[in-house]
Design a protein around this ligand. Structure first.
Ligand code: UDP
Ligand code: MG
Length: 314
């Protein structure tokens, strides 16, 4: 039977925690009774250096019921790091770990389906939002646009999937080979491969309290996603430099024509052409240096070159 752990990162979540904890416990108990998961499954709260009573609440929960566990980070390190901490700490203990936000905006009713997919042999099960009705137009427009930009940048992400997913022990083991510190988990997980599946759900409103992801943090995460997964922006500089240099050649031809038709001031042609040419060449040079820095950057991540799924051998 599957030993399932639920990893819940929490930052200043005193308002939602008691409610969320109760809902999660009821859900897990129901799954245990159905025989879907084992009785030693756990709900693990990862306190990301909260400044409110979050940790005291976690301690209290742990003392009343052994289904609750807690991990406390020494200080606030951000959602992605807190989640990574949870996944890496739990990978030896659980058969599978589901990560979910503390506010339970993601639907806990799809846990069953996730576990079933896992039992069918999937190592990663992605929770994907079927629609974005609870989002404001702004959020929906920017979020969906962002996923498309990421795709164009060559980063493989699952459309409308955030950090609600199940990962098997094997997937977590493989994931531990990724040593990078700048984390954008939803972009890294697809890199590990293995058989995966998608379950869809509708995202609801936050149970209580306020979003711990203000616009500034969201933009930082979005930028992190692009820069930690892709070196395309550097290539764009090289390309732009090339385009500007080509324009300088057109400008050169244009200036020569103007010169011979006598329609220019002395010195104008050489000046105009050199501005374009120098600009283009400089940008290309920066781009080329950037290409090498990009390679150094990717090398420095020490990502695994391959992950073996099966080895048939007597
Ligand atoms: N979170 C965290 N550390 C932070 C900020 C947020 O662990 O520095 C957690 C937070 O407690 C929640 C999850 O990340 O469980 C997602 O945050 P939130 O629900 O506020 O984001 P939103 O749904 O508004 O994007
Ligand atoms: Mg939320």
């Amino acid at each position: 039977m599957t030993k399932l752990y639920i990893a819940v990162p929490c930052y200043n979540e005193e308002e939602v925690l008691p409610d969320s904890a109760e809902k999660l416990r009821a859900k897990l108990n129901a799954m245990m009774d159905k025989g879907l998961i084992s009785y030693d499954s756990r709900i693990v709260f990862i306190d990301d250096g909260s400044k409110d009573k979050t940790w005291q609440l976690i301690e209290g929960l742990h003392n009343t019921d052994s289904i609750y566990s807690g991990i406390k980070l020494s200080r606030n390190r951000g959602h992605q790091n807190a989640l990574m901490c949870g996944l890496m700490t739990l990978r030896d203990q659980a058969d599978a770990v589901i990560s979910i936000d503390a506010d339970l905006q993601d639907d806990i009713e799809v846990f069953d389906e996730m576990v079933e997919r896992y039992q069918d042999g999937c190592d990663v099960v992605y929770g994907v939002r079927s629609k974005r009705e609870t989002d404001t137009f702004f959020k929906r427009f920017t979020a969906e646009g962002y996923y498309k930009v990421l795709d164009k940048m060559g980063a493989k992400v699952i459309f409308n999937h955030a950090d609600f997913r199940l990962m098997s022990k094997r997937a977590l083991e493989a994931f531990s080979e990724f040593h990078e510190t700048n984390l954008f988990l939803r972009g890294l997980v697809p890199m590990i491969g293995f058989k995966s599946a998608i379950v869809t759900y509708e995202r609801s409103e936050r149970l209580a309290g306020e979003s711990k992801y203000p616009l500034k943090k969201m933009l930082a995460l979005a930028w992190e996603g692009i820069t930690s997964l892709s070196t395309k922006p550097i290539k764009m500089i090289t390309r732009l430099g090339l385009i500007i240099f080509l324009i300088s050649i057109i400008m050169l031809i244009y200036s020569i024509i103007r010169f011979f038709t006598g329609a220019t001031e002395t010195g104008w042609a050489s000046l105009a052409v050199s501005i374009w040419a120098i600009g283009g060449l400089q940008m290309m040079a920066i781009g080329i240096i950037g290409e090498y820095i990009g390679k150094i950057y990717l090398e420095s991540k020490h990502r695994p070159r391959f992950i073996v799924e099966t080895f048939l051998n007597d």
